[in-house]
Design a protein around this ligand. Structure first.
Ligand code: NAD
Length: 275
């Protein structure tokens, strides 16, 4: 008997698809843009929510060029609560609901890359918290409110009412010297994700903190070579990751295959957390 003729032994295996609507902050560039393209390939409708209109419109045009009408751009500064509320409302008006919220908008303030805590200006700390930590808080607040109004999709026994994945970092799990403001904000993202996961579990909303290691995205290409060289010595695999290696993880976390997974720090980091 050939393998294909074997009777099916298990109902556990699901085909990989992402039916529904993805709201992606930071979707104009890097990991967020990679998620927008990959989620569209798997059947999701896409709202790119970002402060960078030019790059965001390019991402949307690329998706709509292949899948007409599947993507929209909604301008949104995640430090502004009114922007977030408006972007969510625009997305729901266009597509009816939000199944997957990917909170990827984030910054690394240049001065912070090379500054010890004792030398860091408080304005650098404040700006980083405002976007990387407070921005995620505000996005989750309004995404949860929207998801609570939605039904669990019919016909998918392992589906959630909604899934939120926050882009945390390996810096959520360790102290990376000279990245004090960023580490602090990313620790906050992990903590908030855990709290939200516990609070939302009874409502069938899952929340996960994705913790990527180093990826050469546009946001990270400007680091000085000596900073890169130092950081690479801390990666057991000895290399940067590529965007697709992170988006594959985002696909899994949002899919029905991850139906019993919430509140995790999900590491894709070339072995950093194990070290
Ligand atoms: P990126 O700079 O390529 O993309 C970040 C996006 O966020 C950009 O499109 C930018 O316009 C947007 N953004 C910035 N401030 C915003 C604001 N106030 N409102 C709305 N959008 C805003 O960076 P990336 O490498 O793709 O990073 C994405 C996320 O992943 C970030 O949260 C980052 O901290 C995290 N991360 C990245 C790495 C890495 O190595 N690249 C590692 C761990 C975690």
């Amino acid at each position: 008997m050939t393998a294909s003729a074997l009777p099916k032994l298990s109902t556990a295996t699901l085909s990989l698809s992402l039916p529904g609507v993805a709201f992606i902050t930071g979707g104009s560039s890097g990991l967020g843009a990679g998620a927008a393209l990959a989620f569209a390939d798997l059947g999701a409708k896409i709202a790119v929510a970002d402060i960078n209109t030019k790059l965001g419109e390019e991402t949307v045009a690329k998706i709509n060029g292949t899948y007409p009408g599947v993507a929209i751009f909604v301008r949104c500064d995640v430090s502004q609560e009114a922007d977030i509320e408006a972007a969510i409302a625009q997305t729901v008006a266009a597509f009816g609901r939000i199944d997957y919220a990917i909170n990827a908008a984030g910054i690394v303030v240049a001065g912070d890359k090379v500054t010890l805590i004792k030398d860091t200006d408080a304005s650098v700390f404040d700006r980083t918290q405002n976007i990387d930590a407070r921005g995620v808080f505000l996005c989750m607040k309004h995404q949860i409110r929207q998801m609570e109004t939605q039904d669990v999709p019919a016909g998918r026994p392992r589906a959630s009412r909604g899934v939120i994945v926050n882009l945390a970092s390996r810096a959520s799990l360790e102290g990376v010297s000279k990245f004090g403001s960023y580490c602090s904000a990313k620790h906050a993202v992990l903590g908030m994700s855990r709290v939200a996961a516990v609070e939302c579990a009874p409502n069938q909303i899952r929340v996960v903190a994705m913790c990527p290691g180093l990826v050469k995205s546009p946001g990270h290409v400007e680091a000085a070579k000596e900073v890169d060289d130092f950081l690479l010595t801390t990666v057991p695999m000895g290399r940067f990751g590529v965007v697709e290696e992170i988006t594959d993880g985002l696909i899994f976390l949002c899919s029905d295959m991850a139906s019993f997974l919430t509140g995790n720090a999900f590491e894709i980091d070339g072995g950093c957390a194990a070290r």
